[in-house]
Design a protein around this ligand. Structure first.
Ligand code: HEM
Length: 178
């Protein structure tokens, strides 16, 4: 019997995945809106608040799953090459799911716009306005999000490949996360 991820790690995995897909769609939509579109301000605020939430959820999941409870060991039947690829893809994804929301947050901060967390509180601006740095982090955010989506696609292809090759068998790693 394969060991599953613990329930909180599984919940966080799917919640973060859902929020990242939603933020990706909303991000593309909002940047296509006209400057005078009346919905623009609210959609940007929602994107920023939800992205800020993802940043904390990811930080918590890293501490919880990678450091405290530990991910289950890969199944012994899985070829060593697949384990190596999987570890590399996940490592890069962990980096990107920190870099993408953090760069969005720093872009907004250096542009002088604080994050309003769903009307509950405003995150203080921790740095002074800086146009050059705002542009750097805007670029990192925009490029990073596409690289992240590329790695998410690889990650999903890997899970689907193993499911199709060995449905419910020892190398069907997807079931550990379901
Ligand atoms: C995992 C989390 C996030 C994802 C997946 C995401 C995704 C995106 C995407 C796809 C875009 C459109 C990029 C383009 O122009 O092609 C975008 C833009 C933007 N994002 Fe995010 N975002 C995230 C987190 C954040 C956070 C935390 C903030 C700020 C607190 C933020 C602020 C912005 C802003 C201000 C823009 C507009 C950039 C512009 O006007 O050029 N994002 N985001």
């Amino acid at each position: 019997m394969q060991e599953k991820y613990n329930p909180l790690s599984r919940l966080l995995h799917w919640l973060i995945a859902l929020l990242i897909f939603a933020l990706f769609g909303v991000g593309l939509y909002m940047t296509g809106l006209a400057d005078d579109d009346p919905a623009r301000g609210n959609i940007y605020a929602l994107h920023k608040a939800t992205g800020f939430l993802v940043l904390w959820l990811v930080a918590f999941r890293i501490v919880w799953t990678a450091l405290i409870t530990r991910a289950p060991e890969p199944p012994a039947e899985l070829p060593a090459r697949d384990v190596k690829i999987q570890k590399a893809v996940i490592g890069v994804m962990y980096l990107l799911i920190i870099i993408v929301p953090l760069s969005g947050f720093l872009y907004s901060t250096f542009a002088g716009y604080p994050v309003n967390f769903y009307g509950l509180f405003e995150v203080p601006l921790i740095f002074d306005k800086n146009k050059e740095l705002a542009e750097v982090f805007e670029e990192i955010h925009e490029v990073g999000v596409w690289v992240l989506m590329g790695f998410v696609a690889l990650h999903m292809l890997g899970a689907i490949k193993h499911r199709l090759a060995d449905p419910n068998g020892p190398t069907d790693v997807l079931k550990r996360m379901l």
